[in-house]
Design a protein around this ligand. Sequence first.
Ligand code: UDP
Ligand code: MG
Length: 148
Amino acid sequence: MKEYTYIMIKPDGVRMGLTEEIVRRIHSKGFEIKLFDVRKLTGEVLDEHYAHVKDRDFYPEMKEFMLSDYVVPMIVYGENAVQGMRELMGPTKSAEAPTGTIRGDYGNKEIVNQNVIHGSDSQENALIEIERFFGLKLNHGEEYNFGK
Ligand code: UDP
Ligand code: MG
């Protein structure tokens, strides 16, 4: 079954000019980008999105970084897209991410929060995150006519 996932290029990825390369990698895995946007986030939406790490000591610095510049939110669609995108991204800590993954190739090896890209970690969270950032209630496996 085809599924949706929420992907977001973080400010470091945008600043390094990686948007085009990341889009190329997404397409080369056979996934479609259904919608994308360029925007600055608010502290409110970020606190909600990162509620699972909001009380961690690294959060204030990470929040400042995430609000420091534009991000590129996207809806990505395809077979096994949630896990497939996590594999394309590599693990959270760029220093531990293999060469050939986005985080391994471009993430900051010292500063964990500068890891270039976000991707949903489950099918359930993907739909929650798509609704949070795009205001769309989607279901996996259902085709939508985006923008029509
Ligand atoms: N993060 C961090 N330091 C840590 C762990 C996480 O700065 O020790 C940041 C990092 O930007 C990560 C985000 O918090 O992407 C969310 O953490 P999560 O565990 O959800 O990792 P992800 O799903 O992004 O791989
Ligand atoms: Mg996560």
